[in-house]
Design a protein around this ligand. Structure first.
Ligand code: PEP
Ligand code: MN
Length: 256
C-alpha cells in the first residue's frame, strides 16, 4: 500500500439498518462497562430516547490493574443483549481473546478490537472468519501503516466489514490521557476508503473535551463517534472522568 494514495471507493459497513461511512455521522454511546442487568437496561432506554445508532458497553474489560473491575463477562453480554433488544438497537462490545469469539458471536452485533489488541494478529485473523462487523481501535503506539495493515489481517479472512476507530495515541502530553490524532484518522480514511470513527472519551480522558472533539471529528468528515455515557459518571465502575451524563450527551447529539 502506498502511503499517500487516496482511494475513491467508499466501503460502507452496515449493521441492521445503520450505514457507517455513508456520509452521515453515526453515534455510538453507552457506559464504559456493563455494571448490572438494571444498569444496562436503564442506559439503553435513556440513550434510545435521546438518540443513538449503536449502543456500546464492555463485558470483558482490559484494565490496567488486575485488581480493578474486570467486567461481568458472558453474564454481562446476556444483560446487554436483552437491553438492546428491548429498545431495538444493535450494540458493540470488546472481544479480548480468540477463545471467546465463538460464544460471544450469538450475542453481539459488532465486535470491538481494543487498543491493546490491535497487534494481536491471531485474534484479527480469527475475526476475519466471523460474519459480524469489526470495530478496530488504533493501538496506542500504532503508526498509520500498522493500523491499516491490522485491518488487512481481518480482511484477508474474508470479512470486509471493518470500521476503524481513532482513540488517541501516547505522547508527552501531561494533561490528556492520550493525544487524539484526527489528522491520522482523516489520512487513513482517504487511504483505505473504509469508515473511520473517533473515540473522544479514551482519546482525551477528560469529559469536558468530548463535545469539542466530537465537533472536530464531524467537521473533518469522519464517520461518527463512540462516546462513554453514564447515568452518574462519577459513580461509574470504570473511566468516570472521561464519561458524560445524559444531558451533556443530549446537547451534543441534538446538534447533528
Ligand atoms: C473501551 O472502549 O472500552 C476501551 C477499553 O477502549 P481502548 O481499547 O481504546 O482503550
Ligand atoms: Mn472505557
Amino acid at each position: 500500500m502506498e502511503n499517500k494514495k487516496v482511494t475513491e471507493e467508499k466501503k460502507i459497513v452496515r449493521i441492521k439498518n445503520i450505514e457507517i461511512g455513508s456520509g452521515k455521522p453515526v453515534f455510538m454511546a453507552g457506559p464504559c462497562s456493563i455494571e448490572s442487568e438494571e444498569h444496562i437496561l436503564e442506559e439503553a432506554k435513556a440513550l434510545k430516547e435521546i438518540g443513538v445508532d449503536i449502543l456500546r458497553g464492555g463485558a470483558f474489560k482490559p484494565r490496567t490493574s488486575p485488581f480493578d473491575f474486570q467486567g461481568l463477562g458472558m453474564e454481562g453480554l446476556e444483560y446487554f443483549r436483552k437491553a438492546a433488544d428491548a429498545v431495538d438497537l444493535p450494540f458493540v462490545t470488546e472481544v479480548l481473546s480468540e477463545s471467546d469469539i465463538e460464544k460471544m458471536e450469538e450475542y453481539v452485533d459488532m465486535f470491538q478490537v481494543g487498543s491493546r489488541n490491535m497487534y494481536n494478529y491471531a485474534l484479527l485473523k480469527k475475526l476475519g472468519k466471523v460474519n459480524k462487523p469489526i470495530l478496530l481501535k488504533r493501538g496506542f503506539s500504532a503508526t498509520i501503516k500498522e493500523w491499516a495493515m491490522a485491518a488487512e489481517y481481518i480482511a484477508m479472512g474474508g470479512n470486509e466489514n471493518i470500521v476503524f476507530c481513532e482513540r488517541g495515541i501516547r505522547s508527552f502530553s501531561d494533561y490528556t490521557r492520550n493525544t487524539l490524532d484526527l489528522a491520522g484518522a482523516v489520512l487513513l480514511k482517504n487511504m483505505t476508503g473504509r469508515p473511520v470513527i473517533v473515540d473522544p472519551s479514551h482519546g482525551t480522558g477528560l469529559r469536558e473535551l468530548i463535545e469539542p472533539m466530537t465537533d472536530a471529528s464531524i467537521a473533518c468528515g469522519l464517520d461518527g463517534v463512540i462516546i462513554e455515557v453514564h447515568q452518574c459518571p462519577d459513580e461509574a465502575l470504570s473511566d468516570g472522568k472521561q464519561t458524560i451524563d445524559y444531558e451533556t450527551y443530549r446537547k451534543i447529539r441534538n446538534k447533528y
